[in-house]
Design a protein around this ligand. Structure first.
Ligand SMILES: O=c1ccn([C@H]2C[C@H](O)[C@@H](CO)O2)c(=O)[nH]1
Ligand SMILES: [Zn+2]
Length: 136
């Protein structure tokens, strides 16, 4: 599974987006280290704070299915076709880094430019559980 293929799956995952408030459809595709793929979409609700982003939907599906070794997460939105990459929000960044500082974030457009970085590059001075777990 290469970046382009994973991004295409994220683009397709947008179709299940429940986003009547923002009208902004987002899709995500998570690739596990053992090559399983979990998709996600954003799910909004009338109490806007209850909204779940596409990235967290995909992560929560994977974790609750017993899959926590994550290789990469691709993200697509309505901006993808305009070659404008969509990066995860602050909450999703912290949830993603919970499962590995080196998880690859893939964004852009499968038929255009594709960007890749590591989740640790998206959070300056990141704080993880190991910061306190390893304290005596
Ligand atoms: O990376 C992102 C950015 C935004 N959204 C969702 C949240 C909300 O439903 C809508 C507008 O912010 O897009 C995501 O799912 N992922
Ligand atoms: Zn988010």
């Amino acid at each position: 599974m290469n970046n382009k293929e994973l991004l295409k799956i994220a683009e397709d995952a947008r179709k299940y987006s429940h986003s009547p408030y923002s009208n902004f459809k987002v899709g995500a595709a998570l690739l596990s280290k053992d090559n399983k793929v979990y998709t996600g979409c954003n799910i909004e609700c009338a109490s806007l704070g209850g909204t779940n982003c596409a990235e967290r939907t995909a992560i929560f599906k994977a974790i609750s299915d017993g899959t926590s070794d994550i290789e990469a997460i691709a993200i697509a939105s309505d901006n993808s076709e305009k070659n404008e990459p969509t990066y995860p929000c602050g909450i999703c960044r912290q949830v993603i880094i919970e499962f590995g500082t080196d998880i690859r974030i893939i964004t852009g457009y499968s038929e255009g430019e594709i960007q890749e970085c590591r989740i640790k590059d998206l959070i300056p001075n990141y704080f993880t559980g190991s910061d306190f777990r390893e304290t005596k």
